[in-house]
Design a protein around this ligand. Structure first.
Ligand code: ZN
Length: 300
């Protein structure tokens, strides 16, 4: 029986958000989303309803989302940092709302300027108020390692996972390696425990800062995880996780799964087009390996 991995493309949000300097135009964002769509990707994090003053690269997310709604079968996630963003996302018809908080006190304070308890309480209300028919992705950042607090004790991370699990029986929960400093054995243990205790409702979001992005995805896959975030061209970073580089590259995951005989729905040749496009965005810091492997390019 062929197994399937679901890849949620995050270059349009996690990737572009971190580009400093020139603003990426709305047209360029839509063109990248179209290229990813043409490559077969049917899930994407396309923007964030944050104040454009706070994160200028995420301006006009409503225009981007409207363009996404013209791509049949595309499930669009938008990040929602607060009640105002929540209202905007619902008004503009987001398919899935992306909530986020950190498993560690230090990163939550730096990224969201509040305690974990405060974030959790606010998000619990948003989960409860999410209308039927709108999907949720609850992202828990820094599950494995925190730029401020170091390696996260597994019991502490799983305590937060447990609290989030009981907010809603259905919502997807992403365990995120925000800094890219998770190790595969740690990813494996945390996913095995989470899936063993609360079922297969988890996604993995990883960065490639330390070169362990693909190994960590493989560890999560072996532990039973089936949903993965990645960015075409490996672009990205996190302004509040100093030193973090891009997300694990979509083309690296696509190649790994292809070699493993796992279905992703991705057309390899078209994915390279999207990955090259992402890597060429002015100011983007690309990552990943596969764009530079000529034998793999010839496989297109
Ligand atoms: Zn990230």
């Amino acid at each position: 029986m062929t197994q399937t991995a679901i890849i949620s493309e995050v270059a349009p949000r996690d990737g572009i958000q971190s580009i400093t300097g020139a603003l990426v135009s709305t047209d360029a964002k839509i063109a990248l989303i179209q290229a990813c769509y043409d490559a077969g990707l049917r899930r994407m994090e396309v923007g964030s309803f944050v104040s454009p003053k706070a994160i200028p690269q995420m301006a006009q997310t409503e225009v981007v989302l409207a363009a996404c709604k013209r791509m049949p079968g595309l499930e669009s996630t938008v990040l929602v940092p607060n009640r105002r963003g929540f209202d905007a996302a619902i008004e503009h018809g987001a398919d899935r709302l992306g909530f986020f908080m950190s498993a560690t006190a230090g990163h939550n304070k730096a990224n969201l300027n509040r305690t974990r308890e405060e974030s959790f309480d606010e998000l619990a209300k948003l989960v409860k108020d999410t209308p039927a028919g709108t999907l949720i992705r609850f992202n828990l950042s820094c599950v494995f390692h925190c730029p401020f607090d170091g390696v996260v004790p597994e019991a502490e991370a799983l305590e937060w996972v447990e609290r989030i699990v009981f907010l809603d029986p259905d919502m997807e929960i992403a365990l995120a390696d925000t800094t890219g400093n998770a190790s595969p054995d740690q990813v494996s243990r945390v996913f095995r425990q989470a899936i063993g205790r609360w079922g297969n409702r988890f996604a993995y979001h990883g960065h490639d800062t330390y070169g362990m992005g693909v190994a960590n995805v493989s560890a999560a896959w072996e532990a039973g995880c089936r949903v993965f975030d990645s960015a075409a061209g490996g672009i990205g970073g996190c302004p509040f996780a100093p030193g973090a580089t891009g997300n694990v590259a979509t083309e690296d995951l696509a190649w790994m799964f292809r070699r493993m005989g796992v279905e992703t729905g991705i057309a390899w040749n078209r994915l390279l087009v999207a990955a090259d496009m992402a890597a060429a965005i002015p100011g983007a810091v690309p990552g990943g390996r596969m764009r530079a492997v000529s034998a793999a390019r010839q496989a297109a």
